[in-house]
Each structure stands twice: as C-alpha cells, then as structure tokens.
Design a protein around this ligand. Structure first.
Ligand code: ZN
Length: 345
C-alpha cells in the first residue's frame, strides 16, 4: 500500500560486502544459493513495513509491506488482510497513546526500558540496545492511521504497514514480537539496557520515522529492526539490510553506514551459526547481506542500525521454522551474539 522506493542501486551491489572476513562463513554458502541468485527473479521488500523495492527484473509496483514482487501470485492479498484474529497474545489495544501520529515526540512510553531489573553487571553493562519489532499486530485494524504519509528524508511513504503472514495466518507482527522478547532477555542477561519501539502495547505503529527517532533519542549503541519477509514460495533464508549512504532532507546516514555494516555482518554470521539457516537465496547474492536506501527506519537513524528479515513467511519450509518457538529462540540467540560482538568490539 504505498510507495515503491528507489530501488536497487547497481552501483551498490549487496554482494560487495562479501569481502569482509566476517562474512566468509556466509559467503561459503554461496554455491548453495548460486542457482537461485542467477535467476535473481525477485527481491523482497523487506522492511519496516515498508514496501517492496522494485528490481530491474520486476515490473511489479505493488506495495506490500514485506511482500516481494514474486509473492504476488501466491499471496495477492495475504500481506494485507487481517490475520484471522490471531491477536490474542499480543497485548494489542491498550490504546494509551494511540492516534497521536508520529510527528510529535509523543511516544516516550515506548522508549522506557520495557523490562527493568536486568542484570546489574555483565559484558554489555552501560550499552543501550533498541529493539524494533517490525509492524504491530494491531496495524490490521488501523489502516487509515498507518497509511498516513510520513517524511523519510528522501521522500514520503506510509507511516507503517501491516506486515506479512504465513499462509496459515501467523502474522509477521506476532513473529517479530516473539523474537524481540527473546532477544531482550538474552541481552539483559548480559547487562545491556534494552528498549523497544513497541511491545504490543499500543494499538498500531509506531510510524517508521518515529521508530527511527526512538533509537536516536535513546542514543542507542545498536538498533535492530526485526522482520520476516513475504516473498514467493521457494525463496528462502534470511538477510540483513544495512543502510546505504543517504543525505537528503532529514536523512543523513553518513556517520552510520560503516558501523551499521559491521553490525549487520556480525549479526549475519552469528545468525547462520545459531539457526543453521542459509542466507537468502533471492536477495544479497548468497551473502545474506543487502543495502537499501529506501527505508525510513534506516535513513532517519543517527545510530548504528540494521534490519533482519529472518526468513520468508510465504515459503512453507521457512514458515515451519518461523512459527517454531524453539527456532525463534535460536534466531534471537544469533541476533544477540551478533549485537554483543559488535558492542564489545
Ligand atoms: Zn516487515
């Protein structure tokens, strides 16, 4: 529902990141994904609920939250529709600060530590990590609010999107919260201060620009935005999205490109080890790494930040993993180790 961003930039191929030593392990998996890469038929629109980036090979301009052009045939409306009432375990609609939009700094409640009482010491003591669970289970019921356009520096795009879901109706928003909560526990055990952009504790959103501001205002040492993709069946694996250099309007990623790249590479490497999942076979040329300049959550960040698309919810094999509590814990473990390595570097 929205905008299709400035797409793929040939001058910045995602695979260029491969030269870093940290991605050697990831790159070693390239042969597995090579065939798919050569086809390279579609890439996902991953994001903060931001729309799919269009690729040269795709004529799609659909604006699915995370749906890639390739997913259109298998899930034409699934990325949009309400998820069959699976909102029960998200706290959903408390309605505290809802409706104020994203322009004001009116969401301070979301920036407060969501789990006080973390370990007083530990290797990450003094470090602040902002965790951004993509989308919101309540977005399905607030389409007018989340469709409102917000400024992301380079252009305007919808406040947020619903996110995708598995064919069985398990929503991305539910997945992102599950992994985020596991991640919080792991990071707090190591002494980090963890803040969420939302914890299922507001009816919708926040908007993507507000999500970025929450990390900025917290002076986060690292920010991770958690997602799962909505691409075509057969497209599998995870990828990490890092900010491109963008300087336009309120967006200036100059200072965060390098540290975000290191953060992303560390997370990708640890994610492979923890989950056993292969890097995406449809984005990033087998590296599990991508660079984008069309995501407001990255463009507006002033602190190191990456997104991770943990898998493809529209692929049955990936969906079986994404809906598994045990796998969600492994995913959180991999992300946690990547962040911890980055913070201790
Ligand atoms: Zn998403």
């Amino acid at each position: 529902m929205s905008y299709v961003g400035p797409e793929f930039d040939p001058s910045q191929p995602p695979r260029r990141s491969v030269r870093r030593p940290l991605t050697v392990a990831v790159a070693a998996l390239v042969p597995t994904c090579l065939a798919a890469y050569l086809v390279y038929q579609a890439t996902s629109g991953s994001d903060e609920g931001e729309p799919a980036r269009s690729l040269p090979v795709s004529s799609s301009t659909s604006e699915g939250a995370d749906a890639s052009p390739g997913s259109a045939s298998s899930a034409p409306s699934g990325t949009r529709g309400p998820e069959k009432g699976n909102h029960k375990d998200d706290k959903g609609d408390k309605g505290d600060k809802d409706g104020k939009g994203s322009d004001g700094d009116d969401n301070d409640s979301a920036t407060k530590p969501t789990s006080p009482g973390h370990a007083p010491g530990g290797p990450l003591k003094g470090k602040v990590v902002v965790v951004d669970p993509g989308h919101n289970p309540g977005n399905f019921q607030h389409t007018a609010e989340i469709n409102r356009q917000v400024d992301i520096g380079t252009n305007r795009k919808p406040c947020d999107t619903t996110g995708t879901s598995t064919n069985g109706g398990y929503s991305e928003a539910k997945f992102t919260l599950a992994v985020a909560r596991n991640l919080r526990t792991l990071l707090e055990k190591q002494g980090a201060t963890v803040k969420f952009t939302q914890d299922g504790d507001r009816p919708w959103g926040p908007c993507v620009d507000e999500r970025a501001r929450i990390g900025n205002k917290a002076h986060a040492d690292a920010v991770i935005s958690i997602h799962a993709d909505g691409s075509g069946a057969g497209n599998r694996g995870f990828h990490v999205i890092m900010p491109a250099k963008v300087k336009s309007g309120a967006a200036d990623t100059t200072a965060i490109v390098a540290p975000s790249k290191e953060l992303g590479e560390r997370i990708a490497g640890k994610f492979v080890a923890a989950t056993g999942s292969a890097p995406s076979n449809y984005v990033g040329g087998g590296t599990g790494l991508d660079v984008r300049k069309d995501l407001g959550g990255l463009n507006l960040s002033t602190v190191p930040k990456v997104f991770i698309e943990c898998g493809n919810m529209r692929d049955a094999k990936d969906a079986a993993l994404l809906t598994s509590g045990a796998w969600q814990q492994k995913a959180a473990q991999g992300i946690s180790e990547g962040i911890a390595g980055f913070l201790r570097r």
